[in-house]
Write a protein that binds this ligand. Sequence first.
Ligand code: FAD
Ligand code: PYC
Length: 406
Amino acid sequence: FALSKEHPAPRFFKSHETPKKSYDVVIIGGGGHGLAAAYYLAKDHGITNVCVLEKGYIGGGNTGRNTTIVRSNYLTPEGVNFYDASVKIYEGLSEELDLNLFYSTRGHFTLAHTESAMRTMRWRAEVNKHVGVESRVVGPDEIAKACPQLDLSCSGQAPILGALFHAPGSVARHDGVAWGYARGADRLGAEIYQNTEVLGIDVKNGKVCGVKTNKGYIETKQVLSAVAGFTPRITEMVDLETPIVIHPLQACVTEPMKPWLDTILVSGSLHVYVSQSSRGELVMGSSLDPYEVHSTRSTLDFVEGLTSHMLDMFPFLSNVKVVRQWAGMADMTPDFAPIMGKTPIEGFYLDAGWGTWGFKATPISGKTMAQTIANDSAPDLIHSFRLSRFEDYELTGEKGAASVGH
Ligand code: FAD
Ligand code: PYC
């Protein structure tokens, strides 16, 4: 990458201070989804008079807080197709963005400790195979081969009967994804404003005409809201009702260890999932906090519950230290599928309802939301995720494919 007048310093993207008076498209939220939408608007549709407004710093929301699992072993054919399209983009994304995203295919085991969990695994395996996605049910022997350190009896608490094995399951460097899309969008002409908060959205005669920010007023006819856990704050600005509720989702990491855990393991019954990051930390999480609250505070309760179940699976970890914990705000929908596309307000587009599952969707959500904005019409791939499904009672039930008990 050569330095030039446009890129005078070796920074990832240009740092702008004051937005222009107007843009063709204003994107609210500098997480992976908003930045990917800016990138694909420019790359796929030649729309570059675009700004991304981020109230904090890019990737500082759920994009930089998630546990980086990428997979497509969902329950509905619509979901499997959608997430599979994302996995396919992820596989070539480091090359496309010219940035090492540490995309690492590990294989993903969803452990079943009961007969009813085994039934759900068979169901998911059959739907996945039908759509051409590599998932199958495996027995304890295959699990033991992939992860010999795992106590298959789970300290006698919940013996493992089998698992859904999904070979393409991967992890990636989460904030790298935000940085890569930011740099790509910037190079193609979009402008990124950090420390820039949207305070209001102007709607006249049912049409978007501008946004109010802490850096002044911006005229625009098209606004994309891609703010995950802040979605209710934005939709109330345009009087739009959605069924989204906000629950905290917490996670933590241990001190780094030499690599020993090759795969990604999820146990719905023990409410725990784990992988080992490229720098050796065990990255662990559990279910949603069981109450609605708009907050990113962490709790002792969470680490105590999670680590006691980790010790059921891996008793030898008892002396390993947890060094960091944090939380994000998950924008949960009733059917555990996202809300994407047009809204009843002309020019107001929604990319939300990403709950506990949206990191894996970053590339395909950016691509399909860019397509929706460019054509003012949503592509078929996201039809099942439209907001109006809640009025039509046509839900896209993905609850059985959420990672742990959420
Ligand atoms: P965000 O990254 O949250 O970006 C939204 C941005 O909008 C924020 O930076 C915020 O500051 C900004 N914003 C908000 N309001 C305004 C405003 N008024 N003006 C300007 N900017 C504003 N998903 C997976 O697929 N796999 C996982 O393993 C996984 N693990 C998770 C673990 C945890 C602990 C959490 C919390 C989530 C996890 N998720 C996972 C979910 C995933 O992180 C999110 O769904 C995804 O990152 C959402 O990305 P986004 O770009 O839509 O939102
Ligand atoms: O969607 O795979 C997932 C996930 C794992 C942890 C949180 N979400």
